[in-house]
Design a protein around this ligand. Structure first.
Ligand code: FES
Length: 339
């Protein structure tokens, strides 16, 4: 495979590897190409194909309507470069990556269970692990078609260690391979980092994190960075985490095990299944409801920086609450939309 010239009308050009995805090649070239999920679901990476061609990696991706497609629009995260082409898209400086993503070969080292269906998986790459706390990587797993997006749970480091907290989803291809098939020493592809839902250490607000499921992974990374960042010493940090039952909560082996997290982060766990709550004295209900009750007691919802990650219905409910009901500015909300 050779390299192709991609012209972005009125804004420049870059070289891309044929056979690779257009969005990832743009970001590797430090181009501020708008995106979000990297998985074909959100539509944020739409562009207009002016000349030349690309190949669809997923022609039925829900992020692009038939109408938009018939007008020449495509999804950059699902378009394979096949040769020179010209495109139209409005680049934005906030999407220029601090650490341009790269494809690594990653060796699986092992995992430690956190709950009956959640574990923290360790991978090692050559060179340092460069990313911002809260970002994600695309994992290329054996026997799985397409890459899977998982957020890092650790901090950037010089040792090339990348860890991910992942919940085993029944019938889920990616989490199934990780839970049942992968063995220490196996090699996988790790492409990253990606994502804009990372810790903003310069934001002048206290911190609130909200999560469910594997969403604990980036929130652990964000909180670990925040408690080790001296200028954030005077900020309060709250974590709201929802699970179905008490035994689904991964808090003991994540937030309570690390002395700095245990000391600085106020964790508010909640369970959603009341029938399991007989010996449970904590919060119950959906996590956005628990958050709402708490925000009513503290008064001003606009004095926090919010980071949230979890299943799409949780993300939608939290976003609706904060942005529409409580009018928190969008610049204070940080969430990735995986599909
Ligand atoms: Fe491409 Fe979401 S559809 S980034």
């Amino acid at each position: 495979m050779g390299s192709a010239r991609i012209e972005i009308l009125d804004q420049g050009e870059f070289q891309a590897e044929e056979g690779e995805l257009l969005l990832r090649e743009a970001l590797r070239n430090r181009i501020g190409f708008p995106y979000d999920c990297n998985s074909g679901g959100c539509g944020s990476c739409q562009f207009e194909l002016v000349s030349g061609g690309v190949e669809d990696a997923w022609s039925a991706a829900p992020g692009l309507s038939e109408r938009a497609r018939s007008r020449g629009r495509r999804l950059a995260c699902q378009s394979r470069v096949t040769g020179d082409c010209a495109i139209k898209v409005r680049l934005k400086p906030e999407f220029v990556p601090t650490h341009p993503p790269a494809l690594h070969s990653a060796r699986y080292e092992g995992c430690r269970p956190l709950t009956s269906d959640m574990a923290e998986y360790r991978f090692r790459c050559d060179g340092s692990a460069d990313f911002l706390p809260g970002q994600y990587a695309m994992l290329r797993l054996p026997g799985v078609s397409g890459d899977r997006a998982y957020s890092m749970s650790n901090l950037p480091n010089a040792d090339g260690l990348w860890t991910f907290i992942i919940k085993h989803i029944s019938g889920g291809q990616g989490s199934g391979v990780l839970a049942e098939k992968i063995r220490p020493g196996d090699l996988i592809g790790l492409d990253g980092p990606y994502g804009l839902s990372f810790l903003r250490p310069d934001a002048d607000h206290d911190i609130v994190c909200i999560g469910g499921g594997s969403g604990i992974s980036p929130l652990k990374s964000i909180c670990s960075a925040a408690v080790r960042h001296p200028p954030l010493d005077n900020r309060t940090i709250h974590l709201f985490y929802g699970a179905r039952t008490p035994s689904d909560l991964p808090i003991d082996r994540t937030f309570r095990e690390d002395p700095q997290l245990a000391e600085r982060v106020t964790v508010v766990p909640a369970i959603s299944e009341a029938s399991h709550g007989t010996s449970w004295s904590g919060e119950t209900g959906m996590i956005h409801e628990v958050l709402h009750r708490w925000l009513e007691t503290v008064g001003d919802a606009k004095r926090f920086e919010y980071y949230f990650c979890g299943p799409p219905p949780m993300i939608d409910a939290v976003r609706r609450l904060l942005q529409i009901d409580l009018r928190v500015p969008e610049t204070q909300l940080h969430a990735d939309s995986f599909v």
